[in-house]
Design a protein around this ligand. Structure first.
Ligand SMILES: [Zn+2]
Length: 96
């Protein structure tokens, strides 16, 4: 809904051609304090979602290691959100 407040935790939002939105949120693990481990883009009009991990496996000289790239995950989620918003014609679900 245009003008409606964003749900808590939504870091970016795209309006789809169908009038729904694609919301980007960070997914948090259960550590204390919680740490974001992934960026999730999810459409409010259809079941499409896309989760982008903040951790990537990188091949080094001798072994594979995990690197923390939250910025890259955000960018990937954004690209997905933008692409989905341009083609999704599903109407937003009515809110109760
Ligand atoms: Zn959609």
């Amino acid at each position: 809904m245009p003008g409606a407040a964003w749900p808590e935790g939504v870091i970016a939002r795209y309006l789809t051609v169908g009038g729904a939105t694609v919301d980007m949120t960070h997914q948090y693990n259960v550590l204390t304090p919680p740490e974001a481990y992934a960026t999730l883009a999810s459409c409010t009009g259809c079941p499409a979602t896309s989760e982008h991990s903040h951790y990537r496996m990188v091949w080094g000289m001798t072994a594979q290691r995990e690197e923390h790239h939250p910025g890259a995950a955000d960018r990937d989620a954004l690209v997905w959100a933008q692409a989905h918003a341009e083609k999704c014609r599903a109407m937003p679900r009515p809110t109760a």
